[in-house]
Design a protein around this ligand. Sequence first.
Ligand code: FES
Length: 179
Amino acid sequence: MHAALGTGLGLLLPDAARAQGADAANARPQDGDRLVYADGDRKGAVIKLDDLKVGGPPVTAMPQDAATGTVRDGSRLNQILLVRLDPSRLQVDTQARAVQGVVAYSAVCTHAGCDGFAWTADKQTYKCPCHDSEFDPADAAKIIGGPATRRLPALPLKSAEGQLLVAGTFTSRVGVISN
Ligand code: FES
C-alpha cells in the first residue's frame, strides 16, 4: 500500500513541479522580481541601473522571480519597457514609481495589443508600430497621439545593490480590454 502510494507520488511530483514552474512563468510581475533582458545578446541577464543611459534607448525586459530564478516569460503580456529619463522631467506620480529616472511600462499596446514600440528620441516618447499611438513615459504614459484610449499600464520600480527590482503590480490591466 505504502509502496504504491510512494510510486504514485513519485510520478505526481514532477508534474506538480512543472505546473508550478508554468504558473510562475505566466504570473504577472510581482514585488521583488528582478528584471532581465527580454531579447538580444544579453537575453536573460539581469538589468542594472547603470545599463540604462539618460534619454534612452529603452530596453525590453522580462520579470524574473528572485527566489527561484524563473523568468516570467510564459506570457507576452509580461514584456516591460524600461527607459531612463531626466528625473526633472517626470510628473509627480511617475516620479513616485521611478528609480533615478528609470520608468517601466507594459510593452503591449492598449489599442490592439501590438508590441515592438519605437522610441522617438527627439520627443522621448514611445510610438506603436501598428497604428502610431504615442505615449509619454515621463507622464504616466499619457496618450499624445493615435487611436489608443488607455495609457500603458505602469510598473513601480525600486533598486537594491545596483539592480532594478519590481516594487508592485501593474497599475492597471495589461493588454487590450474589450469592454
Ligand atoms: S495596436 Fe498600438 S496603436 Fe493600434
